[in-house]
Design a protein. Structure first.
Length: 219
């Protein structure tokens, strides 16, 4: 693996002293580390085109992590999915990460960045779904009060308030249907985020076994 990116991954470990698959506080630590490193690697001014170049791979991982309602099949290996999606990227993308070799030893670092991108996008989707669910819940609480519905526009964003208002205007049945759909999409986003964080937790666990010796050798 490229020494520079080995150090970047190792620096993530300093933010995550202990990572667990199911413990909420530890997942929160992973989440915080992912956000910090993704901002450093991808969202900074130094690489304005990187996100767009990696986005097809990010979307492929997100799609694989999104389980269909009622699905009972085993969860996909998202690291393997990331590798496969990266293999589809054009060769010109390799130069965007300082000469990383996507077909060689740098593949783990590239996969890690793609998985971080998937977490970042899922974060945004989760925020949107939470806002939509809250607005529809508020609209249901308004019953048939127009004044109450008008008040939603001062509490929620324009797009979210418009969606809730339209569902409310269509009648109780339509409002309930929209609320149920929003709740389902929220749950799917939460499940997707959980799978992505679990995958990153496993990656960090593997890296932690060798990171100390790698850093010592590079000093």
């Amino acid at each position: 693996m490229n020494k520079r990116f080995t150090l970047l991954l190792a620096s993530t470990l300093t933010l995550v002293p202990c990572v667990g698959r199911s413990e909420t506080p530890q997942q929160a630590a992973v989440h915080a580390a992912v956000r910090k490193q993704y901002a450093r690697l991808v969202l900074g001014d130094a690489r304005p085109q990187l996100r767009a170049r990696l986005q097809p791979a990010v979307q492929g991982v997100i799609k694989a992590a999104t389980a269909a309602p009622g699905a009972t099949s085993a969860a996909p290996d998202l690291m393997a999915v990331a590798r496969a999606e990266i293999a589809k990227l054009p060769a010109s993308t390799q130069g965007a990460l300082g000469g990383m070799n996507f077909s060689g030893g740098d593949i783990e670092a590239a996969c890690f960045i793609v998985l971080m991108g998937a977490v970042n996008d899922t974060d945004k989707d989760l925020e949107m779904q939470m806002a939509a669910t809250k607005a529809l819940t508020d609209a249901k609480a308004c019953a048939r009060s127009q004044a109450c519905i008008d008040q939603l526009k001062t509490v929620h964003s324009a797009a979210v308030a418009r969606q809730a208002t339209q569902a409310w205007a269509a009648g109780p049945a339509a409002l309930q249907s929209a609320s149920d759909m929003a709740s389902l999409q929220l749950q799917m986003a939460q499940d997707r985020l959980s799978k992505l964080l679990a995958t990153l937790s496993n990656v960090l666990k593997k890296i932690s076994d060798t990171s100390d010796s790698v850093v010592q050798n590079l000093k």
